[in-house]
Design a protein around this ligand. Structure first.
Ligand SMILES: NC(=O)c1ccc[n+]([C@@H]2O[C@H](COP(=O)([O-])OP(=O)(O)OC[C@H]3O[C@@H](n4cnc5c(N)ncnc54)[C@H](O)[C@@H]3O)[C@@H](O)[C@H]2O)c1
Length: 332
């Protein structure tokens, strides 16, 4: 029997894609989002409760009234640099808010939790590919807030029976291949949509560091298609619902691309030239980050289907070019 899933942050980028995948898998979905960064259009007609994850009574009511038996928890703030200047806000939203959601789950007997974690929990890599056996040592407040929740979850399992899968995403990218959903962050912090903006406007695009010890001198990252991430969530939920154990898994392609690779592919896909400008390295940007995804492959049978950078960029461009002003373009 398919369950009812409360998707916190489901009006945001990754949450909306996961909500769509859950519905396609036959689950009932209720989105819970305070719309601080989300878009009601991204709910694609699923029930949307506007509320804050830190409001324990409101989350309890949402779980009780919808009969949700699982929570997929995307709601968070995610700008690393902002987390360094505003740790108070990040701890309040990402830690206190998430603990509020877990407290509500415990009180209402809601027993499965799929959590958006991040490769930022590893900090400066001691080796690559990053695997789950490596030490966790985040170097910014954002990564620390996610690790704090990973550390809290075993206690919530022991005391309240809440089982959880923590998915440590690498660089989420791409868009719904059907063209219904895409990335609409403001300000835009991720490289592919920033490259689209640069391609469209001719504005210069900074490349932060071209002297890294990598083949072309720019940073290497692991871009994972948002639809593949959504599939990982559906599998994580099925695993928990069938009695599978709690775990943390990397979600990446195992195949890194450089910043220069990304810009080259964006130029090919858009047919436009990007005005590249060399800029100094940013503090805290490791040269190479990519995942070992062996554990999630073995445990959940997850294999990314849209892993090629060309596919990721082409899917993202399809949505971006039909929604030049993001979801605000809907109905234009
Ligand atoms: N985008 C990435 O590359 C990436 C990488 C690693 C981890 N993550 C994690 O994935 C999750 C989703 O990221 P995204 O890119 O979809 O972000 P997003 O900003 O598009 O979505 C987050 C959603 O959560 C909502 N939200 C935030 N605080 C809330 C609160 N207190 N109460 C209710 N709703 C709240 C926002 O309105 C938004 O709709 C985040 O937890 C993020 O930390 C993202």
């Amino acid at each position: 029997m398919k369950s009812t899933v409360l998707v916190t942050g489901g009006a945001g980028y990754i949450g909306s894609h996961a909500a769509k995948a859950l519905r396609q898998a036959g689950h009932h979905v209720v989105i819970y989002d305070n719309l601080s960064a989300g878009h009601p259009e991204a709910a694609l007609g699923a029930p949307l409760i506007v509320g804050d994850i830190g409001d324990v009574d409101a989350v309890r009511r949402a779980i009780r009234e919808t009969g949700a038996t699982a929570v997929m928890h995307f709601a968070a703030w995610l700008a690393v640099s902002e987390s360094v200047t505003n740790p108070a806000g990040y701890y309040r939203n990402n830690v206190t808010g998430t603990l509020g959601t877990l407290e509500a789950m415990a009180a209402e007997g809601c027993r499965h939790f799929v959590f958006s974690s991040t490769c930022a929990v590893y900090g400066e890599p001691t080796e690559v590919p990053l695997h789950e056996g490596l030490p966790t040592a985040p170097i910014n407040a954002y990564g620390q807030t996610k690790l704090a929740i990973e550390h809290a979850l075993p206690h919530f399992e022991r005391a309240y029976g809440i089982t959880s899968i923590r998915l440590r995403y690498f660089n989420a990218a791409g868009a719904d291949p059907d063209g219904e959903l895409g990335e609409d962050h403001s300000p835009e912090i991720h490289v592919i949509p920033r490259a689209f903006e640069a391609a469209a406007t001719g504005a210069p695009m900074s490349i932060y560091g071209e002297d890294y010890p990598t083949p072309d001198g720019t940073c290497l990252r692991d871009y994972i298609h948002v639809t593949d991430l959504a599939d990982a969530h559906v599998r994580a939920l099925a695993h928990l619902e069938h009695g599978g154990g709690s775990a943390s898994y990397n979600a990446g392609t195992e195949s890194p691309s450089s910043v220069r690779d990304v810009i080259d592919v964006v130029e090919r896909v858009t047919g436009k030239t990007i005005n590249r400008v060399s800029a100094p390295r940013r503090p805290g940007d490791p040269a190479i980050l990519y995942a070992s995804a062996r554990r999630i492959r073995e445990a959940l049978g997850w294999v990314p289907q849209r892993a090629a950078l060309e596919t990721i960029v082409a899917d993202a461009w399809r949505w971006h070019s039909s929604h030049p002003h993001g979801f605000a373009s809907t109905g234009d």
